[in-house]
Every structure is written in structure tokens, then in C-alpha cells.
Design a protein around this ligand. Structure first.
Ligand code: ADE
Length: 237
């Protein structure tokens, strides 16, 4: 079995790369920016594909996540892709900093295009998530929430309107892009997201995100250890 994590930021992946002692495979995706880490866990292959960096900073966002996911699927043929990272969430939904959620669905919130059942609907995404996501969340005692993706860290009123109308709960910058590519190949996608900031806290998002990043990434590592154990033993995969 091969489990492939797609992760945007080094800070998000580092705690569990170190935990499993998985190794960088240099230039595997060259000339693309994404980077492959590979190792073995209890007889399964564990891959972590990072989006990569440009000018010294992580390539966050949908474009790099699409490239990483496409390359990972075509080159590695994983049984499941796990998109793991940080997110914003809403205190009105009861979310807390460093709480880890499993994605129950995935959509875009910053594609404002008209048309029911045409471009408007397509632009929202709403791609399928792995059918075992709810069961996994229940077994591991984690909450679920709908991932909602846009290209900005901040949230404009027009984003919030789409998020509220479509039940978005976990605001990130990659999830729907990863889900889109997985849907093209029928590869199951599981989301594991840890909260760095509360979009309705009134705080400045980047300041709140930066302050809580370390704590959220440690929580993500602990959650991912349980997720990996669960996936390795899941007969459905
Ligand atoms: N990643 C962490 N927090 C985020 C937020 N508020 N919006 C988008 N991506 C995020």
C-alpha cells in the first residue's frame, strides 16, 4: 500500500517527516518545484510530496498544489492521497486553535461565476472526498468539516457569503485543487486539517496564523500518526 501526503508548507510536514524518519529523494520531480520524501511504515510506503519553494518561501496555493498532486499521482500511483495542512476555521462553529479536523467535503469560495449546473456550479468544485473519511473521523474521535479553498489568506465579505451559502468550515489555500486532480484520476482523497486561526475572531489573520503555526503543526503530527495507523489497517484500501 502507498499513502501519499500532499503538503504545502515545510512547517506543516516537518514534524511527521522527522517522526517517521522518511528521506528526501533528490530531484525526483525535477524540473518541477515539488519535492518527494519517502519511507516505510509497517510494510506500507509513506510518501510526503511538498509543493516546493521559490525565492526561499513555500509555494502555497492552488497552482503549486495541482502540479504536486498531478506529479505525485502520475509518478507514484498512490492508493490514497492525504492533503494535510493548516486552515482557518470559525469560532461560531465551535472550532479551536490546533484542533484537527477531517474533511467531509471540499469546495472553492473565491470563484464568482454565474450559472447553476454550468460554470457557477463547476467553479464551486464540490469534489468527492474518500468514502471512508467519516468512519475514520469517528474511529479516531476527530470532528469533520467541509474544506473551502481560495487563493488568499484573508477573507473578503464576498468570500464569506459563498462560504456560508455552501457550508464551508475549514478555510485553506490548496484543498480543492488537490481534490480536483484526485477526481480526474479517481484517486481517493482524505483531508486532515489543523486550525491556526479563527476567521471570525476579529484578529489579524496573518498574525494569528503565525502565532499558532507551531502548535497547530504539532497537533497535525499527532493526528497524522493515528491517521496513518488507521489507513494501513483499513481493508477498504
Ligand atoms: N491556512 C491557515 N489559515 C488560513 C486561512 N485563514 N485562510 C486560508 N488558508 C489558511
Amino acid at each position: 500500500m502507498r499513502i501519499c501526503y500532499v503538503v504545502a508548507m515545510v512547517a506543516e510536514a516537518k514534524p511527521f517527516i522527522e517522526r517517521y524518519g522518511i528521506q528526501l529523494v533528490e530531484d525526483f520531480f525535477s524540473p518541477l518545484p515539488c519535492q518527494l520524501y519517502e519511507g516505510e511504515v509497517n510494510g506500507a510506503t509513506l510518501n510526503v510530496v511538498l509543493n516546493g519553494q521559490q525565492q526561499g518561501s513555500d509555494l502555497i496555493g492552488c497552482e503549486a498544489a495541482s502540479v504536486a498532486t498531478l506529479s505525485a499521482i502520475q509518478r507514484l500511483h498512490p492508493d490514497i492521497v492525504v492533503n494535510s495542512g493548516t486552515c482557518g476555521a470559525f469560532k461560531k462553529n465551535g472550532a479551536d486553535i490546533a484542533q484537527v479536523f477531517i474533511g467531509s467535503g471540499v469546495m472553492f469560495h473565491d470563484r464568482r461565476v454565474p450559472g447553476d449546473n454550468t460554470w457557477g456550479t463547476q467553479s464551486l468544485g464540490n469534489y468527492p472526498v474518500w468514502e471512508g473519511s467519516q468512519e475514520l473521523a469517528k474511529a479516531l474521535g476527530m470532528k469533520t468539516g467541509k474544506v473551502t479553498t481560495g487563493s488568499s489568506l484573508d477573507m473578503q465579505p464576498c468570500d464569506l457569503e459563498i462560504i456560508e451559502k455552501n457550508g464551508g468550515e475549514l478555510k485553506d489555500m490548496e484543498g480543492a485543487a488537490v481534490g480536483f486532480v484526485c477526481s480526474l484520476f479517481n484517486v481517493p482523497i482524505l483531508y486532515v486539517k489543523s486550525v491556526t486561526d479563527l476567521c471570525d475572531s476579529g484578529a489579524e489573520t496573518f498574525e494569528e496564523f503565525s502565532r499558532n503555526l507551531h502548535q497547530a503543526c504539532e497537533a497535525l503530527k499527532v493526528a497524522n500518526e493515528k491517521v496513518i495507523d488507521y489507513l494501513i489497517n483499513d481493508p477498504k484500501l
